[in-house]
Design a protein around this ligand. Structure first.
Ligand code: ADP
Ligand code: MG
Length: 260
């Protein structure tokens, strides 16, 4: 494996909750890498530990043990200043498009925040950048003066994606980004992600319980079952020739993806 092409390296990541007899291991010894420019799909049924892995990877929660390296930097031992720098380079979009946007802020303010927090632009440059972000995700500039409740779930998820890519992160983590949306709205968001993948050379960790969705977007796929990685492989090969019965069940469980 060449260090130059690996962006994220997760090694023996474990998360346990509780003590003694009540302890449960929700993520157990999980290791994988994500190469620059690829999409790694993380798939597994609900409760298999996917979100816990994502949150530990971004150090939003602390692992019980294991390590995460981002571009060679040990995230779990990084000091506050280093972690702040790294946070800019990796972003996450969550499942619920309603919870993620502050209802009292106009979209203009929501999209200005990343620039304000990280001080990457002069104040007068921010509105034009915010409008450009909206354009990238298929919304027009009139959205800037509106509030989150004025938008549909799909539009809100577009705004979440716009905010997440504002600072040109190298890694974008998408945790079930379309699971709260209806099928056709979800398909549009998936196509948007595919466009952004192509135009921005983003590296994605795409998390879903739906194998067709994961297959559609991913270069490689990692399959989780009850906290463990049971199978990892190149996307097409893994779907056409699954080794594990569990992987075959996931493939059979979800209908074919319909994208426009
Ligand atoms: P997924 O994203 O695959 O649906 P999660 O990572 O959200 O799975 O959860 C994995 C398991 O960890 C679940 O059984 C969940 O109940 C458990 N879990 C998650 N957070 C906590 C917590 N704070 N305390 C105890 N158990 C938790
Ligand atoms: Mg989850």
């Amino acid at each position: 494996m060449s260090a130059a092409t690996t962006l994220v390296e997760v090694n023996r990541l474990t998360k346990r909750y509780g003590e003694g007899l009540t302890a449960t291991t929700v993520v157990d010894d999980v290791s994988f890498r994500i190469d620059r420019g690829e999409t790694l799909g993380l798939v597994g049924e609900s409760g298999s530990g996917k979100s816990t892995v994502a949150r530990m990877l971004l150090r939003l929660i602390e692992p019980t043990s294991g390590s995460v390296h981002f571009d060679g930097v040990d995230l779990l031992h990084a000091n506050h200043a280093t972690l702040c720098q790294m946070r800019r380079r990796m972003q996450i979009v969550f499942q619920d498009p309603y919870a993620a946007l502050n209802p009292r802020m106009r979209i203009r303010k929501i999209l200005a925040e990343p620039f304000e927090i990280h001080g990457t632009l002069q104040r007068k440059e921010i509105p034009a950048q915010a409008a450009e972000l909206l354009r990238l995700v298929g919304l027009d500039g009139s959205a800037l003066e509106r509030y989150p409740h004025e938008f549909s779930g799909g539009q809100r998820q577009r705004i979440n994606i716009a905010r997440a890519i504002a600072l040109h992160p190298e890694l974008l983590v998408l945790d079930e980004p379309v699971s709260a949306l209806d099928v056709s709205t979800g398909a549009q968001i998936i196509n948007l992600l595919r466009d952004l993948q192509r135009t921005h050379g983003l590296t994605l960790l795409f998390i879903s319980h739906s194998m067709p969705l994961v297959r559609y977007l991913s270069t490689r796929i990692a399959v989780m079952q009850r906290g463990r990685l049971v199978e990892t492989g190149e996307a097409v090969a893994l779907c056409e020739n699954p080794r594990e019965a569990y992987t075959r069940q996931l493939i059979a469980a979800t209908p074919e993806l319909v994208t426009s």
